[in-house]
Design a protein around this ligand. Structure first.
Ligand code: GLV
Ligand code: MN
Ligand code: MN
Length: 408
């Protein structure tokens, strides 16, 4: 083994301290105090491993090891460092940490690449603060306009730009990166499901990533007194929202082919125990490996919303926050990752990803490859999320060898 398992473990342990919910998993929202703490740690390690550190106008972090070829495109390795609320210590972070470890190995072995190597730590992949998801990668590749970014606010109405300034980030910096500056992107991620553990295999080479459609639905009713308003006189936004949400599993099932629909976020206004809710805002997350199924499910959801719109004094509106079709990853990189795993005698299997990843954004612009490593009990997006540092080290070895072939 080349990678240093202890060093990997130290980074994971250090970064998991930067949480807004100590003892209840990792909550590291974009541009929060915990983002700043993790950011400073990542930047410090990048510098220690000989990388030149920079940040773009979204706060994505880059650590660059120059190549000997001038103006050559970079091979980028990394992932995101934000988390879901009360999530785990590995989702995204694991990919950043192994990126750091790849840089540490280049330094230890005094390798001088021909093409530049860059370690990246991206912001707001989860969409936990500003919605939609994949913001750092979409922004960087020019898929989020400057105006739309400047309009982005969190649930408390705090603008993304103000939140950036608050932690000392400069949103006026260059935002968009030309695809010509990227030779390839490689991301290691925890599997977030049970397959590798069940099979007893340490590496999954990702062939494709599911498509996603995120909506935010607003149900508007009328507030009133919970004790004095007869049932027939009510326009209760939460009762309608509950009916809608309870119908999604049926739509997913009827759509078939592994289509899934989730409502994971719900805001009730005014949120008083003795007040009839006048407004409910909730998320809808539709996923499938096939674009046709996403469209079908979306149409069913739209029809359901229309059917309840205007009924009993309720109005319903929906705003699309993200649509991204299923993505196949680069054939040549998939082949190379498998070849390297074979050479290192690390067993692997091919997999598809049910989770979204920054690689699906970058795959429209550059060659992308992804590796999964096992997740204990298949758990993720929860405090119990855990992966073995030995598996992370194996994954790093595969990445390191693959990257060497791309940059040397
Ligand atoms: C990211 O974790 C996603 O798949 O939503
Ligand atoms: Mn995630
Ligand atoms: Mn992730």
């Amino acid at each position: 083994m080349t990678a240093n398992k202890e060093r990997i473990e130290q980074h994971i342990d250090a970064l998991k301290q930067f949480t807004a919910t100590p003892g209840q998993g990792v909550t590291r929202l974009t541009y929060s105090k915990e983002d700043l703490q993790a950011r400073n740690y990542i930047k410090e390690k990048m510098t220690e491993y000989g990388l030149a550190v920079s940040e773009d106008g979204f706060g994505n972090i880059f650590g660059k090891l120059e190549g000997t070829l001038s103006d050559a495109p970079s091979v980028i390795v990394g992932s995101h460092f934000d988390s879901v609320p009360n999530g785990g210590a590995y989702d995204g972070t694991a990919g950043v940490v192994v990126g750091l470890e790849v840089a540490a190995l280049f330094q230890e072995l005094q390798l001088k690449p021909t093409y530049p190597l860059e370690v990246i730590a991206m912001v707001e992949e989860e969409g936990s603060r500003f919605g939609g998801g994949l913001m750092g990668s979409r922004g960087m590749m020019g898929l989020l306009s400057e105006e739309d970014f400047y309009d982005l606010a969190d649930k408390d109405g705090i603008l993304a730009t103000d939140a950036m300034s608050e932690i000392g980030l400069d949103y006026s910096k260059e935002k968009v990166r030309s695809p010509e500056t990227i030779k390839a992107f490689l991301e290691l991620h925890i599997e977030q499901g049970p397959i590798l553990e069940e099979k007893g295999i340490r590496i999954g080479v990702v062939e494709a990533i599911v498509g996603l459609n995120h909506l935010e639905v607003t149900v508007q009713g009328r507030a009133g007194h919970a004790g004095t308003t007869p049932m027939d006189y009510r326009s209760d936004a939460l009762v309608t929202a509950a009916k809608l949400i309870a119908t999604f599993p049926q739509i997913a099932k009827e759509t078939g082919h592994g289509t899934v629909i989730t409502t994971g976020r719900l805001h009730v206004f005014p949120n008083g125990a003795n007040v009839i809710p006048d407004k409910v805002v909730f998320s809808v997350d539709i996923r499938s490996g096939k674009e046709k199924q996403i469209s079908q499910a979306r149409q069913q959801v739209d029809e359901l919303l229309s059917a309840h719109n205007g009924v009993g004094g309720i109005t319903i509106s929906a705003e699309e926050q993200l649509f991204i079709e299923p993505k196949e990853l680069d054939t040549e990189l998939r082949r190379l990752l498998k070849e390297v795993s074979d050479e290192l005698s690390i067993p692997y299997c091919s997999m598809s990803s049910g989770a979204g990843h920054d690689a699906m954004v970058l795959s429209d612009f550059t060659a992308c490859g992804m590796l999964f490593i096992p997740s204990k009990d298949g758990l993720s997006h929860c405090p119990e999320e855990w992966s073995d540092a030995g598996d992370l080290a194996d994954g790093t070895d595969v990445l390191f060898e693959t990257i060497k072939r791309l940059v040397m």
